[in-house]
Design a protein around this ligand. Sequence first.
Ligand SMILES: C=C(O[C@@H]1C=C(C(=O)O)C=C[C@H]1O)C(=O)O
Length: 359
Amino acid sequence: MEMNIGKVIQPTPGRGVVIAGPCSAETEGQVMQCARDLAKLGQVDLYRSGIWKPRTRPGSFEGVGKEGLSWLKRVKEETGLKTTTEVANASHVYDCLKAGIDVLWLGARTTVNPFSVQEVADALNGADVPVLIKNPINPDLGLWIGAVERIYKAGITRIGLIHRGFSYHGETIYRNVPRWQMAIEMKRRFPDLQMIVDNSHICGRRDLLAEVAQEALNLNYDGLMTEVHPRPDEAWSDAAQQITPAVFGELIKNLRLRKPTADEVEMERLTELRRQIDEIDNDLIGMIGRRMKLADQIGEFKAERNIAVLQESRWEEVLQEATKQGKDHGLSEEFMEGYLRAIHQESIDHQDAIVNKAR
Ligand SMILES: C=C(O[C@@H]1C=C(C(=O)O)C=C[C@H]1O)C(=O)O
Protein backbone atom coordinates (compact mmCIF):
# COMPACT_ATOMS: atom_id res chain seq x y z
CA MET A 1 0.00 0.00 0.00
CA GLU A 2 1.46 3.34 -1.14
CA MET A 3 1.62 5.74 1.80
CA ASN A 4 2.57 9.34 2.32
CA ILE A 5 3.21 9.71 6.02
CA GLY A 6 4.30 12.68 8.08
CA LYS A 7 5.97 12.87 11.48
CA VAL A 8 3.90 12.58 14.65
CA ILE A 9 6.34 14.80 16.54
CA GLN A 10 8.89 17.17 15.02
CA PRO A 11 12.12 16.22 16.77
CA THR A 12 14.38 18.83 18.32
CA PRO A 13 17.76 18.65 16.55
CA GLY A 14 20.36 16.81 18.61
CA ARG A 15 18.03 14.70 20.67
CA GLY A 16 15.39 12.01 20.29
CA VAL A 17 11.65 12.42 20.76
CA VAL A 18 10.69 12.20 24.44
CA ILE A 19 7.25 11.07 25.61
CA ALA A 20 6.77 10.71 29.36
CA GLY A 21 4.13 10.75 32.05
CA PRO A 22 2.32 8.45 34.44
CA CYS A 23 0.98 5.07 33.43
CA SER A 24 -2.45 6.21 34.66
CA ALA A 25 -3.96 9.53 35.55
CA GLU A 26 -4.97 8.95 39.19
CA THR A 27 -5.82 12.35 40.64
CA GLU A 28 -5.68 15.86 39.29
CA GLY A 29 -2.91 16.64 41.78
CA GLN A 30 -0.77 13.71 40.65
CA VAL A 31 -1.23 14.53 36.95
CA MET A 32 -0.35 18.20 37.48
CA GLN A 33 2.63 17.56 39.74
CA CYS A 34 4.14 15.05 37.31
CA ALA A 35 3.59 17.41 34.39
CA ARG A 36 5.19 20.38 36.18
CA ASP A 37 8.23 18.30 37.14
CA LEU A 38 8.60 16.93 33.62
CA ALA A 39 8.12 20.34 32.00
CA LYS A 40 11.03 21.61 34.14
CA LEU A 41 13.35 19.11 32.43
CA GLY A 42 12.75 21.10 29.24
CA GLN A 43 13.13 18.00 27.09
CA VAL A 44 9.68 16.42 27.03
CA ASP A 45 7.83 16.60 23.72
CA LEU A 46 4.64 14.90 24.76
CA TYR A 47 2.96 14.20 28.11
CA ARG A 48 1.42 10.74 28.30
CA SER A 49 -1.20 9.44 30.68
CA GLY A 50 -3.68 6.59 30.53
CA ILE A 51 -7.28 7.60 31.15
CA TRP A 52 -8.94 4.31 30.21
CA LYS A 53 -6.83 1.34 31.26
CA PRO A 54 -7.39 -2.08 29.70
CA ARG A 55 -6.50 -4.43 32.54
CA THR A 56 -5.96 -8.16 32.33
CA ARG A 57 -8.52 -8.92 35.03
CA PRO A 58 -11.53 -7.01 36.31
CA GLY A 59 -11.29 -5.44 39.73
CA SER A 60 -7.98 -3.64 39.24
CA PHE A 61 -7.94 0.12 38.67
CA GLU A 62 -9.39 0.69 35.20
CA GLY A 63 -8.65 4.38 34.86
CA VAL A 64 -10.41 7.57 35.91
CA GLY A 65 -12.22 7.87 32.57
CA LYS A 66 -13.38 11.04 30.87
CA GLU A 67 -12.74 13.24 33.89
CA GLY A 68 -9.02 12.81 33.35
CA LEU A 69 -9.24 14.55 29.98
CA SER A 70 -9.91 17.87 31.68
CA TRP A 71 -6.73 17.32 33.75
CA LEU A 72 -4.74 16.81 30.55
CA LYS A 73 -6.26 19.99 29.17
CA ARG A 74 -5.04 21.78 32.27
CA VAL A 75 -1.57 20.25 31.81
CA LYS A 76 -1.36 21.81 28.39
CA GLU A 77 -2.66 25.21 29.51
CA GLU A 78 -0.38 25.46 32.54
CA THR A 79 2.82 23.76 31.38
CA GLY A 80 2.63 24.04 27.58
CA LEU A 81 3.24 20.29 27.25
CA LYS A 82 1.33 18.58 24.47
CA THR A 83 -0.66 15.56 25.60
CA THR A 84 -1.38 12.01 24.51
CA THR A 85 -3.59 9.21 25.76
CA GLU A 86 -4.72 5.75 24.73
CA VAL A 87 -7.96 5.21 22.83
CA ALA A 88 -9.60 1.83 22.36
CA ASN A 89 -13.09 2.55 21.04
CA ALA A 90 -15.12 5.18 19.18
CA SER A 91 -16.33 7.06 22.25
CA HIS A 92 -12.75 7.41 23.54
CA VAL A 93 -11.82 8.98 20.19
CA TYR A 94 -14.74 11.44 20.24
CA ASP A 95 -14.01 12.46 23.83
CA CYS A 96 -10.31 13.00 23.08
CA LEU A 97 -10.97 15.03 19.95
CA LYS A 98 -13.40 17.21 21.90
CA ALA A 99 -10.84 17.71 24.67
CA GLY A 100 -8.12 18.69 22.21
CA ILE A 101 -5.73 15.84 23.04
CA ASP A 102 -2.76 16.36 20.70
CA VAL A 103 -1.82 12.77 19.85
CA LEU A 104 -3.76 9.52 20.32
CA TRP A 105 -2.29 6.09 20.75
CA LEU A 106 -3.58 2.60 20.13
CA GLY A 107 -2.57 0.08 22.79
CA ALA A 108 -1.21 -3.41 22.21
CA ARG A 109 -4.52 -4.98 23.22
CA THR A 110 -6.31 -2.90 20.59
CA THR A 111 -3.83 -3.44 17.76
CA VAL A 112 -4.32 -7.15 18.26
CA ASN A 113 -8.03 -6.87 17.38
CA PRO A 114 -8.95 -5.67 13.87
CA PHE A 115 -12.58 -5.02 14.94
CA SER A 116 -11.40 -2.53 17.55
CA VAL A 117 -8.84 -0.95 15.23
CA GLN A 118 -11.52 -0.47 12.58
CA GLU A 119 -13.89 1.06 15.12
CA VAL A 120 -11.22 3.56 16.15
CA ALA A 121 -10.34 4.22 12.49
CA ASP A 122 -13.99 4.92 11.62
CA ALA A 123 -14.29 7.33 14.53
CA LEU A 124 -11.11 9.10 13.37
CA ASN A 125 -12.32 9.55 9.82
CA GLY A 126 -11.90 13.17 8.81
CA ALA A 127 -10.00 14.16 11.98
CA ASP A 128 -6.58 15.77 11.81
CA VAL A 129 -4.78 14.17 14.72
CA PRO A 130 -1.57 12.13 14.79
CA VAL A 131 -1.82 8.52 15.94
CA LEU A 132 0.82 6.25 17.48
CA ILE A 133 0.28 2.51 17.12
CA LYS A 134 1.74 0.08 19.63
CA ASN A 135 2.77 -3.37 18.46
CA PRO A 136 0.20 -6.13 19.08
CA ILE A 137 0.75 -8.23 22.21
CA ASN A 138 1.72 -11.29 20.16
CA PRO A 139 4.54 -11.16 17.62
CA ASP A 140 2.31 -10.92 14.56
CA LEU A 141 3.68 -8.38 12.10
CA GLY A 142 0.51 -8.62 9.98
CA LEU A 143 -1.63 -7.20 12.79
CA TRP A 144 0.75 -4.28 13.31
CA ILE A 145 0.81 -3.53 9.58
CA GLY A 146 -2.97 -3.96 9.34
CA ALA A 147 -3.52 -1.39 12.09
CA VAL A 148 -1.27 1.12 10.28
CA GLU A 149 -3.21 0.57 7.07
CA ARG A 150 -6.63 0.89 8.72
CA ILE A 151 -5.68 4.16 10.43
CA TYR A 152 -4.11 5.50 7.23
CA LYS A 153 -7.20 4.63 5.22
CA ALA A 154 -9.23 6.72 7.67
CA GLY A 155 -7.31 9.73 6.36
CA ILE A 156 -4.77 10.01 9.20
CA THR A 157 -1.45 10.99 7.66
CA ARG A 158 0.72 11.47 10.73
CA ILE A 159 1.28 7.96 12.09
CA GLY A 160 4.05 6.56 14.26
CA LEU A 161 4.88 3.22 15.86
CA ILE A 162 5.50 2.31 19.47
CA HIS A 163 7.52 -0.80 20.20
CA ARG A 164 6.39 -2.09 23.63
CA GLY A 165 7.59 -5.67 23.35
CA PHE A 166 5.71 -8.95 23.02
CA SER A 167 4.19 -11.25 25.57
CA TYR A 168 6.21 -14.37 26.14
CA HIS A 169 5.49 -17.58 28.00
CA GLY A 170 8.70 -18.67 29.64
CA GLU A 171 11.57 -17.36 31.66
CA THR A 172 12.85 -13.91 30.69
CA ILE A 173 14.14 -10.78 32.40
CA TYR A 174 11.64 -8.69 30.46
CA ARG A 175 7.95 -8.08 31.08
CA ASN A 176 7.48 -8.16 27.31
CA VAL A 177 10.36 -9.53 25.25
CA PRO A 178 11.63 -6.95 22.73
CA ARG A 179 12.14 -9.15 19.64
CA TRP A 180 14.05 -6.26 18.08
CA GLN A 181 13.87 -7.93 14.66
CA MET A 182 10.11 -7.33 14.53
CA ALA A 183 10.56 -3.60 14.96
CA ILE A 184 13.51 -3.57 12.55
CA GLU A 185 11.28 -5.21 9.94
CA MET A 186 8.57 -2.57 10.52
CA LYS A 187 11.22 0.15 10.08
CA ARG A 188 12.27 -1.50 6.83
CA ARG A 189 8.72 -1.63 5.52
CA PHE A 190 7.68 1.81 6.77
CA PRO A 191 10.82 3.96 6.75
CA ASP A 192 8.76 7.17 7.12
CA LEU A 193 7.03 6.13 10.33
CA GLN A 194 8.67 7.34 13.52
CA MET A 195 9.58 4.42 15.80
CA ILE A 196 9.34 5.02 19.54
CA VAL A 197 10.50 2.52 22.18
CA ASP A 198 8.22 2.01 25.18
CA ASN A 199 10.99 0.87 27.48
CA SER A 200 8.61 0.74 30.46
CA HIS A 201 6.49 -2.07 29.05
CA ILE A 202 9.42 -3.99 27.61
CA CYS A 203 11.24 -3.93 30.96
CA GLY A 204 8.48 -4.01 33.55
CA ARG A 205 11.19 -3.02 36.07
CA ARG A 206 13.23 0.08 36.69
CA ASP A 207 16.76 -1.25 36.53
CA LEU A 208 16.61 -2.16 32.82
CA LEU A 209 15.00 1.04 31.51
CA ALA A 210 18.19 2.89 30.57
CA GLU A 211 19.77 -0.10 28.86
CA VAL A 212 16.71 -0.76 26.68
CA ALA A 213 16.33 2.94 25.80
CA GLN A 214 19.98 3.07 24.68
CA GLU A 215 19.58 -0.15 22.68
CA ALA A 216 16.69 1.50 20.81
CA LEU A 217 18.82 4.55 20.02
CA ASN A 218 21.59 2.25 18.80
CA LEU A 219 18.99 0.84 16.41
CA ASN A 220 18.19 4.33 15.16
CA TYR A 221 14.79 4.69 16.85
CA ASP A 222 13.28 8.17 16.87
CA GLY A 223 12.69 8.35 20.60
CA LEU A 224 11.20 6.86 23.72
CA MET A 225 8.00 6.70 25.75
CA THR A 226 8.58 6.14 29.45
CA GLU A 227 6.22 5.92 32.40
CA VAL A 228 7.04 8.53 35.02
CA HIS A 229 5.22 9.04 38.32
CA PRO A 230 5.85 11.52 41.16
CA ARG A 231 5.67 8.64 43.69
CA PRO A 232 6.23 5.43 41.68
CA ASP A 233 5.89 3.04 44.61
CA GLU A 234 2.39 4.34 45.29
CA ALA A 235 1.24 4.17 41.65
CA TRP A 236 -2.21 2.63 41.13
CA SER A 237 -0.94 0.66 38.11
CA ASP A 238 2.44 -0.62 36.92
CA ALA A 239 4.29 0.59 40.03
CA ALA A 240 7.34 -1.64 39.44
CA GLN A 241 8.26 0.00 36.12
CA GLN A 242 7.64 3.69 36.90
CA ILE A 243 10.35 6.16 37.90
CA THR A 244 10.36 9.68 39.32
CA PRO A 245 10.78 12.72 37.05
CA ALA A 246 14.25 13.24 38.57
CA VAL A 247 15.38 9.70 37.76
CA PHE A 248 13.90 10.09 34.29
CA GLY A 249 15.85 13.33 33.86
CA GLU A 250 19.08 11.44 34.64
CA LEU A 251 18.11 8.64 32.28
CA ILE A 252 17.65 10.91 29.28
CA LYS A 253 20.75 12.92 30.16
CA ASN A 254 22.87 9.76 29.91
CA LEU A 255 21.44 8.54 26.60
CA ARG A 256 23.59 8.87 23.51
CA LEU A 257 21.90 9.67 20.26
CA ARG A 258 23.59 7.97 17.29
CA LYS A 259 24.09 9.45 13.84
CA PRO A 260 21.72 7.72 11.42
CA THR A 261 24.47 7.20 8.83
CA ALA A 262 28.21 7.49 8.35
CA ASP A 263 29.91 10.38 6.55
CA GLU A 264 32.04 9.90 3.45
CA VAL A 265 35.35 9.20 5.22
CA GLU A 266 33.72 6.87 7.73
CA MET A 267 31.97 5.19 4.83
CA GLU A 268 35.30 4.15 3.29
CA ARG A 269 36.25 2.17 6.37
CA LEU A 270 32.76 0.65 6.62
CA THR A 271 32.83 -0.32 2.96
CA GLU A 272 36.11 -2.16 3.40
CA LEU A 273 34.83 -4.12 6.40
CA ARG A 274 31.53 -4.81 4.64
CA ARG A 275 33.39 -6.18 1.63
CA GLN A 276 34.98 -8.74 3.95
CA ILE A 277 31.56 -9.57 5.38
CA ASP A 278 30.19 -10.07 1.86
CA GLU A 279 33.01 -12.49 1.14
CA ILE A 280 32.29 -14.51 4.26
CA ASP A 281 28.53 -14.53 3.54
CA ASN A 282 29.37 -15.86 0.10
CA ASP A 283 31.48 -18.66 1.57
CA LEU A 284 28.86 -19.45 4.19
CA ILE A 285 26.08 -19.77 1.64
CA GLY A 286 28.26 -21.98 -0.54
CA MET A 287 29.04 -24.19 2.43
CA ILE A 288 25.42 -24.42 3.53
CA GLY A 289 24.55 -25.39 -0.04
CA ARG A 290 27.17 -28.16 0.15
CA ARG A 291 25.78 -29.31 3.50
CA MET A 292 22.32 -29.64 1.91
CA LYS A 293 23.75 -31.70 -0.97
CA LEU A 294 24.98 -34.17 1.68
CA ALA A 295 21.52 -34.11 3.27
CA ASP A 296 20.13 -34.96 -0.18
CA GLN A 297 22.43 -38.00 -0.36
CA ILE A 298 21.33 -39.05 3.12
CA GLY A 299 17.73 -38.54 1.97
CA GLU A 300 18.24 -40.87 -0.97
CA PHE A 301 19.78 -43.48 1.23
CA LYS A 302 16.90 -43.19 3.71
CA ALA A 303 14.37 -43.45 0.86
CA GLU A 304 15.96 -46.69 -0.39
CA ARG A 305 16.00 -48.22 3.10
CA ASN A 306 12.72 -46.68 4.29
CA ILE A 307 14.38 -44.94 7.26
CA ALA A 308 12.69 -41.97 9.03
CA VAL A 309 13.92 -38.54 8.03
CA LEU A 310 14.11 -37.20 11.58
CA GLN A 311 16.81 -38.83 13.65
CA GLU A 312 16.46 -37.41 17.14
CA SER A 313 19.66 -38.69 18.69
CA ARG A 314 21.80 -37.45 15.79
CA TRP A 315 20.04 -34.08 15.85
CA GLU A 316 20.67 -33.83 19.61
CA GLU A 317 24.35 -34.61 18.99
CA VAL A 318 24.62 -31.93 16.26
CA LEU A 319 22.88 -29.39 18.49
CA GLN A 320 25.10 -30.07 21.52
CA GLU A 321 28.36 -30.22 19.61
CA ALA A 322 27.80 -27.14 17.45
CA THR A 323 26.48 -25.07 20.37
CA LYS A 324 29.64 -25.87 22.31
CA GLN A 325 31.78 -24.95 19.32
CA GLY A 326 29.81 -21.75 18.79
CA LYS A 327 30.50 -20.74 22.37
CA ASP A 328 34.25 -21.03 21.74
CA HIS A 329 33.80 -18.54 18.88
CA GLY A 330 31.83 -16.05 20.97
CA LEU A 331 28.43 -17.02 19.56
CA SER A 332 25.49 -16.98 21.98
CA GLU A 333 23.56 -20.12 22.76
CA GLU A 334 20.39 -18.36 21.63
CA PHE A 335 21.90 -17.56 18.25
CA MET A 336 23.33 -21.07 17.79
CA GLU A 337 19.99 -22.64 18.58
CA GLY A 338 18.12 -20.46 16.10
CA TYR A 339 20.77 -21.01 13.43
CA LEU A 340 20.88 -24.78 13.89
CA ARG A 341 17.10 -25.12 13.95
CA ALA A 342 16.90 -23.28 10.63
CA ILE A 343 19.62 -25.49 9.12
CA HIS A 344 17.96 -28.65 10.45
CA GLN A 345 14.56 -27.64 9.09
CA GLU A 346 16.04 -26.96 5.64
CA SER A 347 17.83 -30.31 5.75
CA ILE A 348 14.58 -32.06 6.66
CA ASP A 349 12.69 -30.24 3.89
CA HIS A 350 15.30 -31.36 1.37
CA GLN A 351 15.07 -34.99 2.52
CA ASP A 352 11.24 -34.88 2.69
CA ALA A 353 11.12 -33.88 -0.97
CA ILE A 354 13.33 -36.88 -1.86
CA VAL A 355 11.64 -39.56 0.25
CA ASN A 356 8.15 -38.42 -0.74
CA LYS A 357 9.06 -38.60 -4.41
CA ALA A 358 10.44 -42.12 -3.98
CA ARG A 359 7.44 -43.25 -1.85
C1 LIG B 1 20.97 -35.45 7.86
C2 LIG B 1 20.22 -36.26 8.63
O1 LIG B 1 18.84 -36.09 8.79
C3 LIG B 1 18.27 -35.17 9.71
C4 LIG B 1 19.02 -33.91 9.60
C5 LIG B 1 20.12 -33.65 10.36
C6 LIG B 1 21.11 -32.58 9.97
O2 LIG B 1 20.87 -31.90 8.98
O3 LIG B 1 22.14 -32.44 10.65
C7 LIG B 1 20.34 -34.44 11.51
C8 LIG B 1 19.49 -35.45 11.86
C9 LIG B 1 18.25 -35.76 11.13
O4 LIG B 1 17.15 -35.32 11.86
C10 LIG B 1 20.80 -37.40 9.34
O5 LIG B 1 20.06 -38.33 9.66
O6 LIG B 1 22.03 -37.39 9.56
